[in-house]
Design a binder for this molecule. Sequence first.
Ligand SMILES: CSC[C@@H](O)[C@@H](O)C(=O)COP(=O)(O)O
Length: 416
Amino acid sequence: MSLDAIKFDKTDPRKASVNVLDQLLLPYVTKYISIHTIDDGYRVIKTMQVRGAPAIAIVGSLSILMEVQLIQTESYSKSQWFYDLSNWEGVRTRLLERLEYLLSSRPTAVNLFNSIKNIRIVLSKADNLKDLGTKLFDYVCNLMNEDLTNNVKMGDNGAKHLLNSLMEENFNENFAVLTICNTGSLATSGYGTALGVIRSLWKDAQSKTVDKVLYKKLKLCDSKAKMTHVFPLETRPYNQGSRLTAYELVHDLIPATLITDSSIAYRIQTSEIPVKAAFVGADRIVRNGDTANKIGTYQLAIVCKQFGIKFFVVAPKTTIDNVTENGNGIIVEQRNPNEFRLVSGTVIDPRTELPMLDSITKEPIQGKVGIAPPSVQVWNPSFDVTPHELIDGIITEDGVFTKDATGNFNLDKLFE
Ligand SMILES: CSC[C@@H](O)[C@@H](O)C(=O)COP(=O)(O)O
């Protein structure tokens, strides 16, 4: 069973519906939130109920489709004044304002920016509201399908690249990999980016161990090396690694051991299974290859360099910012200080170690625990920027980009 983070029912294109998994409640509670308007999209993105660069773009785009569908309903047109539906130019102008508002929800991740840029073009070509609804519907279906297809391609491209390079260095053993944040099915339309590569490596390892006939088709290359373990970082302060990546790895039965963000170096140094690579996602890759990703990624890259471990960024072309020249031009969003001063999660009964249930709703109780003086100043950037010097390869649906002899990426193909 795959993890369904975004449920888009498109059976009837004029009455489509969107429900998204509330990721703040995982791993203990599975609850979906209905999206009807751009405000709903803004809210779930801003509060991190939905997160991960590709998922943000998909849910943002779906919220625009839902709002356009809503304002076409009879009850809306009779009771609301927010859009002047008698004037198509006025509707267009209002929608452009709404797109700007949506864009301000999570500014560092570039995928939403790229999607909104495309939706502005769709809007400029639409003749009326109905036409816009149809064109937007096609755009969103295509965005979701392409994301899923590209993730599987990226996964296989990255896994093959690593296995071939291990074959070249004559490494034929079992190995482990590191990853940070959540880049899996919960952050995309499915399969994932960095976690997609890990899924492909695991498929390959299965093909070499379990039922060789059954799994023969899945084998990616002739290398005898096998990924047999994953070390996901917990990823403070929001814990996307422990709440979400660990959840996906357990779900897929991929052997994994969760580690704290501060134990990377010691884990690498003491691991019985050699750690051979780190795979991370991206929220924005600029022209020279510098990459914004979850806070802690830069530090992971530095530690990998120290140990000679390959460090790969895995992202679809929708994560490329083809305007910004280098990482100095990336503006990193600051998050609410209380996301750091307080830990949020499901309340656990200390005696039974099971979630405590609300006496009326019988649902697990959500709570916050203070872990810092309420008045202490905190610095809470959501992302950091890893310089391209520390990145060994950028894995995309179009292949794996490595650096030339001068140490530079040539990403022109990605900017077309
Ligand atoms: C496929 S997701 C890529 C990135 O968006 C991911 O690695 C990441 O940093 C997500 O951060 P988040 O703050 O949880 O949205």
